[in-house]
Ligand binder design. Structure first.
Ligand code: ZN
Length: 160
């Protein structure tokens, strides 16, 4: 069996008047995430991780933010489209692990729902997905609540 690892990173700025959507879940927060799409930083980091592991490029090449088609796009749908390519190339998810770096909102209460939503899109079991929140101990842009960042790592297995 072949295995491949992939790494994804994303960050978005907090702004007034937008929802805070992570892994397709609306998290209660006083501000949301700015971006061309729905700014779902978890979906974006995971998309880059699975594409990178499969050697299929990155999210910016597949869904350029200069293309009006992706304005306010549902990023979980973009992840599903990317995963279709990964599956078609003969890979399946071994496991995925994600860290959401933010002071607020708290991620823990939403981690199970986020994992379930990602599992559906990635065609794996929720138990193959780890989601955890970490604060940055008030340091840096996440520490100042200017935005949040996500790191995702994935292991793909050859489906054959
Ligand atoms: Zn993004």
């Amino acid at each position: 069996m072949s295995i491949r690892v992939g790494l994804g990173y994303d960050s978005h700025r907090f702004v007034e008047g937008r929802p805070c959507i992570l892994a397709g879940q609306h998290l209660p927060h006083d501000r949301g995430l700015a971006g061309h799409s729905d700014a779902d930083a978890v979906a974006h980091a995971v998309t880059d991780a699975v594409l990178g592991a499969a050697g299929l490029g990155d999210i910016g090449a597949l869904f350029p933010d200069t293309d009006a088609a992706w304005k306010d796009a549902d990023s979980m749908r973009l992840l599903a489209m990317a995963m279709e390519r990964v599956l078609a190339a003969g890979w399946r998810i071994g496991n995925l692990d994600c860290v959401v770096i933010t002071e607020r909102p708290k991620i823990g209460p939403h981690a199970a729902a986020m994992a379930a939503a990602l599992a559906e899109v990635l065609r794996c079991a929720p138990g193959q997905i780890g989601i955890k929140g970490k604060t940055n101990e008030t340091m840096g842009f996440t520490g100042r609540n200017e935005g949040l960042a996500v790191i995702a790592t994935v292991l793909l297995e050859s489906a054959a």
